[in-house]
Design a binder for this molecule. Structure first.
Ligand code: FAD
Ligand code: SF4
Ligand code: SF4
Length: 477
C-alpha cells in the first residue's frame, strides 16, 4: 500500500517562507517573503488533513480545490497541482501573495482551530504557480475556435482581466479599455511592490495580450470614447472600473500643502518603481524622504502608505486611527509588519484640524470606545480636554474610497446605482439595469479584494457566454 503522505500536522510545525529581516526589507520595494524551497513546500502541504468537508475551500471566494492541490504538491506532482489550481483561479500566484488568508481560507482551516497552526495555503498557492511560470507551464490562451462576437471591458484591474481571460478561452474577441497607461488596475498602481512585485502583474497582462486580448490604454471611457459608442461597437460590455474617489475629511486647515491623498501617494511611488518620471514625486510633494509623516486611517491602504513612507526614507512615520488595535479594519499581519519596520501606531486618535500653510502639525483629539452602534461596533467618543498636536510635514489621508458617479459621467441615467453609488448588478449574472451591460469587482461591491474581483469577472464572463450561446442557438434554428 502507498505510504500516506498527508496528515503531518501533528509532527510538522507550521512554517511560513522566511521573512526578510526588517532592517534589510525596509530599504527596498521587493517582496518581504522569500520563496519556499521545493522540499519545504511539499512538507508544509503534507500537514493538510484532507478534510471531507474542507472549510478552507468553502471560505475561499473562488472555492479553490485546496485539499487536492496540497496533496499533489506533497507528492511532488506540481504540474497537476498547477492544472487544478488554475482551473478555478485566473491569478493564483497573485492571490497567494495578497489575499488576507487569515480572514479567508487559512482562518477557517480546521487544524488551525485544533491549535496546530493553519496549513500555509497562500504560500503554497504562490509556490505552485511561480514554479509553473519558471517551468513554462503557464501558456497564452489558444482558443479552439474563434467567435465573431466581441466584448468591451472597461477597466484592466483583476475583475476586467479575469473576465478577459475567460472570454478569450471561449474564442470571443475582447477589447479592454483603461485610462491608465498600464494594465493591472490597483494591482499595478495601488498595491506596493513589497506585497506584490510588479513583474508578477505585468507578465499576466503581457500574456493576455499574447492571447489576443486587445488593450486600449490611455483611453478613458466618458472622455476619450463615449459609453454609448462602446456599447454600439460590442455585443456586450463589462464595467470593471473599481472605486477611486477618495473619502475626504472636513477639518480646519485641510487645504494646506503637504496634505495628500493615499491613492496619489501610492500611485506616484509605484510609478517611480517602474522608472517613470513623476513630477509630483520629484518635486517632493509625494515623496516622504526626510519627512515626519502622519498617515490617517486604519485600513490596509493606510498600512501600505506607512510602509511605503518608511521605504522612501521618512524621518518618522506615525499612523493615527480613531479606534484601537483590536477594532481596526486593516490586517493584523500588516500592522505587525509595519511595526517591525519602524512605524508607530497612535491608537484612539482622530484628526481635528491641521496647522500651517504648509502643514506643520495635526491637531489630534484623543478618543475612547463608547457604546456599540447599530452594527455592533463600539463608536469612538472624544475625550474632552485631551487634544494635542502631532508634528508632521507630510500628512497622508487614507480614509477609504467611493465610486465615481458613472451615470452622470457617462450620460447614462438608466444605469442604476445603489445609494452608495455602486453599480447595481444581478447577484449571479452580474448584468446591470442596461441590457447587455455587466459589472464586476469594486464598482459593484465597493472597495473590496482582488480575489472577489476575480470571482465576479469570471462569473460575469460565464453569464455573457451563456447569453451568446443562447443567441447563437436561436439564430441556428
Ligand atoms: P481596479 O483594480 O481598481 O481596476 C479598475 C481599472 O479601471 C483601473 O485600471 C482604472 O484605471 C480603470 N478605469 C476606471 N475608470 C475608467 C474609465 N472611465 N475608463 C477607462 N478605465 C477606467 N486587495 C487584496 O486582495 N489584497 C491586498 O493586499 C490589497 N491591497 C490594497 C492596497 C491598496 C492601496 C488599495 C487601494 C487596494 C488594495 N486591495 C487589496 C483591493 C484591491 O486592489 C481591489 O479590490 C481590486 O483591485 C479591485 O479590482 P477591480 O478590477 O474591481 O478594480
Ligand atoms: Fe486562500 Fe485567496 Fe488562494 Fe482562495 S484565492 S485559497 S482565499 S489565498
Ligand atoms: Fe487541509 Fe485545512 Fe483545508 Fe482541512 S481545512 S483540507 S486541513 S487546508
Amino acid at each position: 500500500m502507498a505510504k500516506q503522505p498527508m496528515l503531518k500536522f501533528v509532527t510538522v510545525a507550521r512554517d511560513m517562507p522566511e521573512k526578510r529581516p526588517p532592517d534589510l526589507r525596509a530599504h527596498d520595494f521587493g517582496e518581504i517573503y522569500r520563496e519556499y524551497a521545493d522540499a519545504k513546500a511539499a512538507e508544509q502541504s503534507a500537514r493538510c488533513s484532507q478534510c471531507g468537508v474542507p472549510y478552507c475551500q468553502s471560505h475561499c471566494p473562488l472555492h479553490n480545490n485546496i485539499p487536492d492541490w496540497l496533496r499533489l504538491t506533497a507528492e511532488g506532482r506540481l504540474e497537476e497541482a498547477y492544472a487544478i489550481s488554475q482551473s478555478t483561479n485566473t491569478f493564483p500566484e497573485i492571490c497567494g501573495r495578497i489575499c488576507p488568508q487569515d480572514r479567508l481560507c487559512e482562518g477557517n482551516c480546521v487544524i488551525e482551530q485544533s491549535g496546530h497552526g493553519t496549513v500555509t495555503i497562500g504560500a503554497v498557492e504562490k509556490y505552485i504557480t511561480d514554479t509553473a511560470w519558471e517551468k513554462g507551464w503557464v501558456k497564452p490562451v489558444q482558443p479552439a475556435q474563434e467567435r465573431s462576437e466581441s466584448v468591451g471591458i472597461i477597466g484592466a484591474g483583476p475583475g476586467g482581466l479575469a473576465a478577459a481571460d475567460m472570454l478569450r478561452r471561449a474564442g470571443v474577441q475582447v477589447t479592454v479599455y483603461d485610462r491608465y497607461d498600464r494594465g493591472g488596475g490597483l494591482m499595478t498602481y495601488g498595491i506596493p511592490g513589497f506585497k506584490l512585485e510588479k513583474d508578477v502583474v505585468m507578465r499576466r497582462v503581457d500574456q493576455l495580450e499574447q492571447s489576443g486580448v486587445q488593450f486600449r490604454l490611455n483611453c478613458e471611457v466618458g472622455r476619450d470614447i463615449s459609453f454609448a459608442e462602446l456599447r454600439e461597437s460590442h455585443d456586450a460590455v463589462l464595467i470593471a472600473t473599481g472605486v477611486y474617489k477618495s473619502r475626504d475629511l472636513q477639518a480646519p486647515g485641510i487645504g494646506a500643502n503637504g496634505i495628500v491623498r493615499a491613492i496619489d501617494f501610492l500611485t506616484a511611488s509605484n510609478r517611480k518603481g517602474f522608472g517613470d518620471a513623476v513630477e509630483t514625486f520629484d518635486d517632493g510633494e509625494l515623496n516622504a524622504e526626510g519627512k515626519k509623516v502622519v498617515v490617517i486611517g486604519g485600513g490596509d491602504t493606510a498600512m501600505d502608505c506607512v510602509r511605503t513612507s518608511i521605504r522612501q526614507g521618512a524621518e518618522s512615520v506615525k499612523c493615527l486611527y480613531r479606534r484601537d488595535r483590536t477594532n481596526m479594519p486593516g490586517s493584523q499581519r500588516e500592522v505587525q509588519n509595519a511595526e517591525e519596520e519602524g512605524v508607530e501606531f497612535v491608537w484612539l486618535s482622530a484628526p481635528k484640524g491641521f496647522h500651517g500653510e504648509s502643514v506643520a502639525g495635526v491637531m489630534v483629539s484623543k478618543m475612547r470606545l463608547g457604546a456599540p452602534d447599530a452594527t455592533g461596533r463600539q463608536s469612538p467618543e472624544i475625550i474632552e480636554g485631551a487634544d494635542y498636536v502631532e508634528d508632521a510635514d507630510l500628512v497622508i489621508m487614507a480614509l477609504g474610497f467611493e465610486p465615481e458617479d458613472l451615470p452622470t459621467l457617462w450620460g447614462q441615467p438608466e444605469l442604476e446605482v445603489t445609494r452608495w453609488g455602486t453599480v447595481k448588478a444581478d447577484f449571479r449574472t452580474h448584468e446591470t439595469s442596461l441590457p447587455g451591460v455587466y459589472a464586476a469587482g469594486d464598482i459593484v461591491r465597493g472597495a473590496s479584494l482582488v480575489v472577489w474581483a476575480i470571482r465576479d469577472g469570471r462569473e460575469a464572463a460565464a453569464a455573457i457566454l451563456d447569453r451568446m450561446n443562447a443567441s447563437a442557438r436561436v439564430a441556428a434554428e
